[in-house]
Design a protein around this ligand. Structure first.
Ligand code: MG
Length: 158
């Protein structure tokens, strides 16, 4: 099972009307993490929690190479494959610009996509164009991934 993982608004919460708790840099954090002060909003415990799902984790984020340089070490995860985005215009009809590339990348393999910007349009596109199972799960960007989200994933994975 593939698991496409967004960073901003999924691992790294933003937009709440109160200050966020800041986490200490874990021992695995890469040198230079201090140059990315927002990393401190990411709970390092999310790494083992995600790894325990038993899925093949794949970055699906605009962080690109910085996801492996900074976020993966922060989470105690190995470098992960990352989806490279085509240089295309915004798709019409409100479809998220990530949706088609992710469906293409999955190439029929079952997948989970965690992102704070998923809408019904993305669900409908995936149902129409992806033959395998897929769970598109929207995370609340103000909170990032929570235990409630993990409950949904674990129930779906069975
Ligand atoms: Mg996001």
């Amino acid at each position: 099972m593939l698991l496409f993982l967004d960073v901003d608004g999924t691992l790294l919460p933003f937009g709440a009307d109160r200050p966020y708790p800041l986490y200490e840099a874990p021992a695995t954090a890469s040198a230079g993490s201090a140059e990315h002060p927002l990393l401190a909003r990411i709970d390092p415990a999310l790494g083992p929690r995600l790894a325990a799902l038993g899925c093949a984790l794949v970055w699906a984020t605009t962080w690109m190479d910085d996801a492996n340089a900074y976020v993966a070490p922060w989470l105690g995860l190995p470098p992960l494959p990352l989806v490279d985005w085509p240089d295309e215009d915004e798709p019409p009809g409100g479809l998220h610009w990530k949706t088609r590339p992710l469906v293409d990348w999955a190439a029929g393999r079952p997948f989970i996509w965690l992102d704070d910007e998923i809408t019904g349009r993305d669900q409908a596109f995936t149902q129409a164009h992806h033959p395998g199972r897929a769970l598109l799960h929207r995370v609340d960007h103000r909170l990032g991934l929570t235990e409630r989200d993990f409950g949904v994933l674990e129930a779906w994975l069975g």
